[in-house]
Design a protein around this ligand. Structure first.
Ligand code: GMT
Length: 376
């Protein structure tokens, strides 16, 4: 099949899911055409079956903002007509499925549309009622809708009661060969960040408010008072200034390292002892899965899809949003009990492999594609 993959290029799980899915589909003989405003950040390795089509930007005096949704629609038609796409897979209803729908009206031969929900579509509607009709349209015109967690599928069905289509749950996934547990081996890198054998806590995100990165610093401060450790903060985003201020206020500058945006996170995860994800909302939490696959237990908030990803009391611990004491106690439970830590670490690596293997997810997407193409 020839698949048009529409996704955000920026630092975030949905782009990672689209890209890894693309590589796996390419390996299975499909042709995958990424259509985005920039090259998706993990689309680096050359593959003969993978293509990238950049949406051209325009700057015209009457446009206060460049009309990205229209430019994307135009690019989708161009690619679909030229290469003969069989279907479009849009990651995010808003704006990608709307652009795809518009594109379909202009195609020489209209093709099916599969929409995958990653969470923010529905929370956006929660925050801005005016998006409800548009999101509803995006879902209605999709030939199939998938969601990355059960909780997101349920939440979407509840938010759009009038929707006839079923929302199919296909969990996010990892390629186990890319995320290997190192069993806390002392690497050169680990020695650099923790020269006296301190424990390493890590957080990776796009530093949006919803990620509650300031909580990460507060949790670290509590933990560090009991066990010598270091905090690695990976990523960048709107909350960065607040986070830096919190680190300074608490006098933690020498113990907290900001690593900025990183393309591959395996090396960082492999030297991590505990991963912290105290988000306000998280439809899945792909980075928590990546951490577990590297044998790193995760301490996170009990929201959205996180309880489906992290087994509370087996592969990590969950606490209520904002419960920094609960989360710091959970981290300490892991750091102060070697045998508990070893069990959790093994369980995390096994669970990530058993429950979220890439092969299973790719086969599920493939069968969704086959059924929409046949029914067209
Ligand atoms: O969370 C973000 O800010 C990024 C966003 C994205 O576009 O990648 O993440 C969403 O999709 C990921 C992949 O399915 C999920 O793992 C994240 O949980 C989800 N984020 C939220 O629900 C807040």
């Amino acid at each position: 099949m020839k698949i048009g993959m529409v996704c955000y290029p920026s630092y975030g799980g949905s782009g990672v899911v689209a890209t890894e899915l693309g590589y796996a589909l390419g390996e299975r003989g499909h042709e995958v055409h990424f259509i985005s405003s920039a090259r998706p950040f993990r689309l680096r390795r050359f593959h003969e079956k993978l293509f990238y089509h950049e949406v051209t930007d325009v700057s015209y005096p009457v446009f206060k903002y460049p009309p990205y949704t229209l430019l994307l629609a135009n690019k989708i038609v161009e690619v679909a007509n030229y290469v003969g796409l069989d279907l479009i897979h849009a990651h995010y209803a808003i704006p990608h499925s709307i652009s795809a729908y518009l594109a379909k009206q202009m195609m020489t031969k209209p093709i099916p549309l599969v929409t995958t929900l990653h969470g923010t579509d529905v929370t956006l509607v929660g925050a801005y009622e005016e998006f409800k009709l548009l999101t509803c349209l995006a879902l209605k015109v999709s030939d199939r809708i998938t969601a990355v967690s059960n909780s997101l599928a349920r939440e979407t069905a509840a938010a759009f009661e009038s929707l006839d289509q079923e929302i199919e749950f296909i969990p996010n996934f990892i390629d186990p060969s890319m995320y290997l547990p190192k069993g806390g081996l002392m690497s050169k890198c680990k020695e650099h960040f923790a020269p006296f054998g301190e424990k390493i806590l890590t957080h990776i995100s796009n530093f949006r408010e919803v990620k509650r990165v300031v909580d990460v610093v507060k949790i670290f401060d509590l933990v560090e008072k009991a066990v010598p450790c270091r905090l690695l903060l990976v990523g960048d985003g709107p909350e960065m200034v607040k986070v830096e201020r919190e680190v300074t206020k608490r006098g933690l500058e020498k113990k907290v390292q900001f690593l900025g945006k990183q393309e591959t996170v395996q090396d960082i995860l492999q030297m991590t002892d505990v991963f912290i994800l105290p988000s306000e909302q998280e439809s899945f939490g792909l980075v928590a899965l990546e951490a577990m696959a590297c044998g790193v237990p995760v301490v996170a908030s009990r929201v959205g899809g996180l309880p489906e990803v992290i087994k509370d009391g087996e592969t990590g611990y969950l606490a209520d949003v904002g419960d920094i004491y609960g989360m710091s106690e959970a981290v300490l439970k892991l750091l102060t009990d070697c045998s508990r830590y070893k069990i959790f670490s093994e369980q995390a690596a096994n669970w990530a492999r058993e429950a979220f293997p890439i092969d299973r997810a790719v086969r599920r997407y493939e069968s969704v594609y086959e059924s929409v193409v046949q029914g067209y």
